[in-house]
Write a protein that binds this ligand. Structure first.
Ligand code: GLU
Length: 293
């Protein structure tokens, strides 16, 4: 059924570099506590470096007060990092809102090499594109309406139109997750994901592009994040290949759910770390709630 299959071999690096990449669009909750705690433990076990990256890409949704709160809540939990927006480091800036030049450079290369096309469709999912999609609100599969447009040469800057990555139809993207094992997704609008957004008409790079560019620029060797982003990993592997970047290792964490199977992320306020802390809960208790260990 598929045209081909690509297996992405993962490289092991002598010096481990991991990252915490929260989006300051709300308070961190118990689900974040678990993922970030695991990320911190893996960096310690590997005698590596942990980086904090502030994913404040979307000016409509990111807020400075949430960025400050996430730093404070992570510290309160006992998580420590050595590069970040609060302490600097050799691969800054560590806030995505200050990294536009990096994203623009990647957009240019992708466009010049024929990986992108402009899309004039107006779709509800565009509003979501700068945010990491989770399993419930993954980016809609784009039917490919604008794929064959021939008028892209005129664009010198990304703003004004949406830009999509032309996925290789029918190709299977496979990778070995260090926690969940072998993963396989097929690219293409009749399969698992279609031509995804790389840059939004209102001049905001997409989550997929920014994460790939930043993980490469910050020399990340292992990405630890929630299992809701597994399909995004497949998209990101395609972007990395197009940009000539080596893929990091992946460790996707199981999502924390309540007794009814509902993701804790969906019950943000009551289960925010901040709220639990204000009610007198200790960091140990919060981690226990998060199902740690
Ligand atoms: N910023 C994303 C989020 O908060 C996570 C990005 C990632 O780990 O790749 O969901």
């Amino acid at each position: 059924m598929s045209q081909g299959s690509a297996s992405f071999s993962l490289t092991y690096s002598a010096s481990y570099r991991g990252r915490l990449a929260p989006s300051p669009t709300g308070l961190l909750h118990v689900g974040h506590a678990r993922t970030f705690w695991i990320a911190a433990q893996r960096a310690i076990e590997n005698q590596g470096t942990l980086i904090l990256r502030n994913e404040d890409l979307d000016p409509q949704r990111a807020r400075t007060e949430f960025a400050l709160a996430m730093i404070e809540d992570l510290r309160w939990l006992g998580i420590r990092w050595s590069e970040g927006p609060d302490c600097g480091g050799p691969y800054g800036a560590y806030s995505q809102s200050e990294r536009r030049a990096h994203y623009l450079g990647a957009w240019r290369r992708l466009r010049e090499n024929g990986f992108l096309y402009p899309c004039i469709c107006s779709r509800k999912d565009l509003a979501q594109a700068a945010n990491a999609p989770n399993d419930a609100d993954d980016e809609l599969v784009y039917p490919g309406t604008c794929r064959e447009r021939k008028d892209m040469a005129g664009f010198r800057e990304p703003a004004g139109v949406n830009w999509r990555f032309r996925v290789p139809n029918g190709e299977a993207i496979e990778f070995a997750d260090l926690n969940l094992g072998r993963q396989r997704y097929v690219a293409g609008n009749n399969f698992d994901f279609g031509d995804f957004l790389v840059w939004r008409r209102d001049d905001v790079p997409s989550y997929q592009l920014a994460v790939v560019v930043d993980d490469a620029a910050m020399r990340i060797t292992e990405v630890v994040r929630g299992a809701d982003l597994l399909k995004s990993t497949a998209r990101q592997l395609l972007l990395m290949r197009a940009l000539g970047y080596a893929a990091p290792d992946y460790f996707h964490c199981e999502l924390v759910r309540d007794g009814d199977g509902v993701r804790l992320a969906k019950r943000h306020d009551a289960l925010s770390i901040r709220h639990l802390r204000e009610r007198g809960m200790t960091p140990e208790k919060v981690l226990e709630m998060a199902g740690w260990p």
